[in-house]
Design a binder for this molecule. Structure first.
Ligand SMILES: [Zn+2]
Length: 110
């Protein structure tokens, strides 16, 4: 089984609660949050306020989930990856890794 080294996936409702917490923190209100199979991305969002997360994300470490969630929810405020976006990411995720690479919108290695 290739998933042996991965963490056990968190249940979708728990993940969505995590998204809710981040939405409150950032001050956005996504219209709807979807968790679904996605091929090339960890997450994406629509201009109408719908946010989509890859079901694969449920098996990733919590700190990575946080980054992807914060990243995608921030897009509801800022649609690009410009300087303002980066400064917001650094404010919410002060580990200094936020600017390293955009992991949320383009999935690495695939
Ligand atoms: Zn992005």
């Amino acid at each position: 089984m290739t998933t042996a080294l991965r963490a056990k996936p968190v249940p979708t409702p728990l993940f969505k609660r995590r998204v809710d917490r981040w939405a409150t923190k950032i001050g956005v209100q996504p219209k709807r949050v979807y968790v679904q199979a996605m091929r090339n991305k960890w997450a994406s969002c629509s201009t109408a306020g719908r946010v989509y997360f890859s079901a694969d994300l449920l098996s990733e470490p919590a700190s990575f989930q946080d980054r992807v969630i914060a990243h995608e929810l921030l897009h509801l405020l800022i649609p690009n990856h410009g300087a303002l976006f980066k400064s917001f990411m650094n404010a919410y995720l002060p580990q200094g890794r936020a600017q390293r690479r955009d992991l949320a919108c383009s999935r690495p290695g695939k």
